[in-house]
Every structure is written in structure tokens, then in C-alpha cells.
Design a protein around this ligand. Structure first.
Ligand SMILES: C[S@@+](CC[C@H](N)C(=O)[O-])C[C@H]1O[C@@H](n2cnc3c(N)ncnc32)[C@H](O)[C@@H]1O
Length: 354
């Protein structure tokens, strides 16, 4: 399948991945040349500034590079397409979030009533932690995780594999192929969600399930402890604005249900959840625990979430961006403000016919 190999770069051999992991901090980036220009043309298969080669092996070699930017490491394939770093700290933050989702969903990996799935797709898999857990939970299933970054581990269950792929392009998997498609935290990643859900619909088998887990970036409060001038309002407004300028919005958490129904999914269920900004919920052990993890995730994570958006998209100086991030970290320490991030888990089914 020629189309398959050009758009999907199989995620390398174990050796290549091992090299990536071990040499990440010293990898030469495309920007490290003397002239400061990308040297794509010297790598056969690249004819311009595009990182997309025609051959799978050319693509596979290019993805092992990384881009360094303001002290953080970013993906190279589809350079600039994603706002977040892919370095060790960023991976740790993703795994914190995975732990928080397990706490939120009472240790469940999904809420959709999936029965005996054979083919599972995790789109934008990140470190692959969900895909790996799913492969363990469903040993008879083949689990595929896709991402722009080759940051998944080398040793994974035999029924789990990873591919480098840009999900905003036409999907080249066979039609009606998967029994379950999972999406988590692709906010700010997708230029056209209707196109995305149409692709997911086409590649799900009849009766197959889709589940999307997303949260807001705008803290909310129900008890008046977050005044109208609170910095959390500024924080939320800035993230939303940066996403809009970037052309990839951060509001999917409140749109998933409607968009999935519009794409043709049926039996759509929306389950809301809340992530407290820190451990302020004194009387609710589960929420306090999630809040404490969220505080840690945000304290260590806000730089990765926002530095590229603020400096590259917003045109802020690094100093101004760092001040903004420092103010957020200060607010995260206050237990007087009872704020939380609302989120949704939305799942639905492709009809058996149609
Ligand atoms: C916030 S992380 C979430 C990772 C994972 N889903 C999880 O919940 O742990 C977003 C991931 O989407 C990936 N991503 C962003 N844009 C993408 C695209 N166009 N195609 C494929 N992956 C993409 C990023 O590389 C990153 O790993």
C-alpha cells in the first residue's frame, strides 16, 4: 500500500528508538547548522522546507531529529505543528495526566462499553501509556498508537505498536478497520474537528466505538472564591486566544458531543468531570487527591504547555512569557481559590448499518 507507507512511518526499529531516547539531549537539530537555515534539501526526499519525504525510510530518519527551542526539545516531523515539547519533562507530565485520568475514571481506561475489541487505535498517543495499558487489558486486541513524536518506549506488549503519523491528514488505514478509537488531550492539535470525526467514522467498523477525553483550559469556580480579576481568567483567555491564532482551538471538550453526533455517531454519552487546580477540596478525598496531582502537573507543566504558543504564536518575549508562567505557579499555590478545570469524556458508536 503505497499511500500507507508515505503517510505513516512505522515507528522504527527498537534500535532506532533506543538511539533516539539515549541521544535526545545531544541530538543535532535541523537549526544547528552554521547558516541557521534548515538543511532539508541535503536529505534525499526533501525538496523544499517540507519534512515530508516520499519514502518511508527517509521519513523515519528525519523524525529522529528534534528541534531545540528556548531550552525545550520539540518534535521534528511536521515541524511546528504541535505546541508541546517532547522532552523527558514533557513525557513525565503526560504520564502524570494518565494517572489523573485513572483516578478520575476510577481506574478505568475507557467508559465506552467496548466488547472484545480486536483493533484499537489511540490517536496522538504521546508516551503511549494508554495504548500499552490497553494492550495489557485486551491481549487479544492489536493496539496501534500514532503520534508526531517518536517518544514511545521500546519495550511494549507484543500486541501494541506505534506509528509516526499526522492525524490531521487523510487517514490511510483501511476503511471500517477499528473496533475502538481513543482520543485524549488533542486540544490545540486539530485544525478541523469535523474532518477529524469524519475520518474516525470512516475508519471505525460498523458498531465500533469512539471515545474522546478532553478538558477546558479556563479554570472555573462555583463558590465565588475566584473574583472577576483573578489571574486564572487571564490565563484561560490567553490560552484560548493563542489556540485561535494557531488555528487549533482548545474548546473541543465542550463541543465533542455535538460534533460526534453531526458526524453520524449514535448512542453518544457525555460524562463530565472536574480537575481541581490544587488540593483545595478539603472534604472530598478523591477530588483532593486529583487536585494535588493537578497542582504538580501544572506547576511543572505550564512552561511546556505555553512557552511555544506565547513566544512563537503570540510573539511574546521569553522574559514576558516566563513572568506569565511564574504568576500562574504562584496562583496554583493558593488554596483560597476553589477553582477547577471542567472536562468531558464523550463516547459514541458507529451505527451497525450506514
Ligand atoms: C497533550 S498530548 C496527549 C498524549 C496522549 N493522548 C495522552 O493522553 O497521554 C498530545 C499529543 O498529540 C500529539 N499530536 C499533536 N498533533 C498531532 C497530529 N497532528 N498528529 C498526530 N499526533 C499529534 C503530540 O505529539 C502529543 O504527543
Amino acid at each position: 500500500m503505497a499511500a500507507y507507507t508515505s503517510a505513516h512511518a512505522p515507528l522504527a526499529t527498537a534500535d532506532a528508538l533506543g538511539d533516539t531516547a539515549s541521544s535526545a539531549s545531544t541530538t543535532t537539530t535541523p537549526d544547528d547548522d552554521d547558516d541557521g537555515l534548515h538543511d532539508f534539501a541535503s536529505d534525499s526526499g526533501f525538496d523544499s522546507g517540507s519534512l515530508l519525504g516520499d519514502e518511508t525510510d527517509t521519513l523515519a530518519s528525519s523524525i529522529l531529529n528534534h528541534r531545540m527551542e528556548n531550552g525545550r526539545q520539540y518534535h521534528a516531523y511536521r515541524d511546528g505543528a504541535y505546541w508541546g515539547p517532547n522532552d523527558e519533562l514533557a513525557k513525565e507530565i503526560l504520564d502524570f495526566a494518565h494517572h489523573m485520568y485513572l483516578l478520575t475514571l476510577d481506574q478505568k481506561l475507557h467508559l465506552a462499553p467496548v466488547q472484545n475489541p480486536q483493533r484499537i487505535l489511540d490517536v496522538g498517543t504521546g508516551t503511549g501509556i494508554w495504548a500499552i495499558d490497553m494492550a495489557d487489558q485486551y491481549p487479544a486486541a492489536e493496539v496501534t498508537g500514532t503520534d508526531l513524536s517518536p517518544i514511545q518506549p521500546e519495550w511494549v506488549p507484543p500486541n501494541c505498536h506505534f506509528e509516526i503519523d499526522d492525524v490531521s491528514l487523510n487517514w490511510t488505514f483501511p476503511p471500517a478497520h477499528f473496533d475502538f478509537i481513543h482520543i485524549r488531550e488533542l486540544f490545540g492539535c486539530i485544525p478541523d474537528w469535523d474532518f477529524f470525526f469524519a475520518q474516525a467514522y470512516a475508519h471505525l467498523a460498523p458498531g465500533g466505538w469512539i471515545e474522546i477525553v478532553e478538558h477546558s483550559v479556563q479554570p472555573r469556580c462555583d463558590d465565588g472564591s475566584m473574583g472577576p480579576d483573578h489571574f486564572y481568567h487571564t490565563w484561560g483567555k490567553v490560552v484560548i486566544e493563542m489556540g485561535d491564532r494557531f488555528g487549533k482551538s482548545f474548546t473541543i471538550w465542550e463541543e465533542s458531543r455535538e460534533r460526534m453526533e453531526r458526524a453520524g455517531f449514535v448512542d453518544v454519552v457525555e460524562v463530565p468531570y472536574k480537575w481541581p487546580m490544587n488540593g483545595w477540596p478539603k472534604k472530598n478525598d478523591k477530588m483532593r487527591n486529583i487536585g494535588r496531582w493537578n497542582q504538580l502537573r501544572l506547576m511543572d507543566g505550564v512552561e511546556g504547555f505555553m512557552l511555544r504558543l506565547l513566544t512563537q504564536v503570540g510573539g511574546w518575549s521569553v522574559a514576558r512569557a516566563q513572568l506569565h508562567l511564574a504568576q500562574m505557579r504562584r496562583e496554583l499555590k493558593s488554596y483560597r481559590t476553589h477553582a477547577y478545570l471542567p472536562g468531558t469524556v464523550v463516547y459514541g458508536r458507529k451505527p451497525l448499518s450506514g
